[in-house]
Design a protein. Sequence first.
Length: 510
Amino acid sequence: MSATAADLMAYDAALAAYDPALGLEVHVELNTATKMFCGCPTGFGAEPNTQVCPTCLGLPGAMPVVNRVGVESAIRIGLALNCSIAEWCRFARKNYFYPDMPKNFQTSQYDEPIAFDGWMDVVVPAPEGSDAEDEVFRVEIERAHMEEDTGKSTHIGETGRIHGADYSLVDYNRAGIPLIEIVTKPIRGAGERAPEVARAYVQQLRDLIVALGVSEARMDQGNLRADVNLSLAPSGSDVLGTRTETKNVNSFRSVERAVRYEVQRHAAVLSSGGAILQETRHWHEDTGITTSGREKSDAEDYRYFPEPDLVPVAPSREWVEELRATLPENPTAKRARLQAAWGYSDLEMRDVVGAGALPLVEETVEAGASPQSARKWWLSELARRANDTGVDLVDLGVTPAQVAGVQALVDAGTINDKLARQVFDGLLAGEGSPEEIVEKRGLAVVSDDGALGAAVDKAIEANPDVAEKIRGGKVAAAGALIGAVMKEMRGQADAGRVRELILEKLPVVE
């Protein structure tokens, strides 16, 4: 049964009475060319049930073989999370019936994961408008283990959910795609900031995964999915409360909202003398609530046992160290380094990261633009265009090198900021390089004194009252004449030279 606003306790009241504990399970779909235990391709968006074989369909007699790249990716993720890498581990069968699990068991890892006992320091931004500094929370990692994904069920009916569906369709293309499940230890002590800690952790984890290059980590395509575990205990208690697990939350904002909602719901149940049911719950993006799924099973209910058809995985220490050498710079450390180098304020850097523009700005600066100009174009003009067309900045169709090229023309005085916007029009239309667009469209700033002088004379003649003010010492009034000249010359006049000519032609009368 879903909760209503009346079933929720006010958030501040809930935090005054209870301490929240978080646990986050993040599933990362790897970008290997083939599935975890067979040679089927993993491309996204293929026709249903066209990327399957006897192995990933679980047909009798089919024998799995471990994907080496999948193991390599798991090790690199573990190392990046400061985990210990097992010298010997093995797969297990996790038994349960589910329509989109063709074998009726999932090949996973249980008590012997490939990576364990790690940590990540998560930077949680200070609240907007606050003078407080960003906070750092250490999130401890219980394990990162290898497993395979399930198929995908589509429920046909008015609701789009299994309840009330007329019938369901199953696509097994996704069954067997490599997954790494990253499980945190209980996160305690975050208090009222628990929702923000959850969001920041998933965001930072995604940045790390992308930097490693092991997954596209697109939440909208299911490459990265977060399960949010939450429990409440009376304030000051050391005993963890009964937890619920909100499944497959698919955006950073929703992770934060789901935690906040469950805190309020748990608190309302507990304060009224009720008990929390250990269960899975579904997050509803449209209404911002969770609803009951199924009673949550404990590990023993899955009847884990070692997978008899797969040999153990025993990565040599030499291989592990070779993989350690391939790790990129930690995204959080890199962000701090770039912020210091660029001279951005915390708010400016936060805006760049929030817009998904950090790599674009970095490449634009590397191509020769100043950090401030790179930020200006990506977060204003180009962000607006991306928003208008409903695409991500990276998919807009303008490259960092082109942005740097436009800024170089501005810096050289060839064009101004207003004309630069027309250059971006040309870039999006595929009209060539910034230089070619300026030439083809005739956008270069006019600096010729003859043409500028004629336009200034015309503006003075049309605005005698303004001219008199300038002669009388009100030099600021020159702005009106500059505007008239710019309009006459379609924004292509050299504004600085226009001002000089106006003051030359209208000297102040002493």
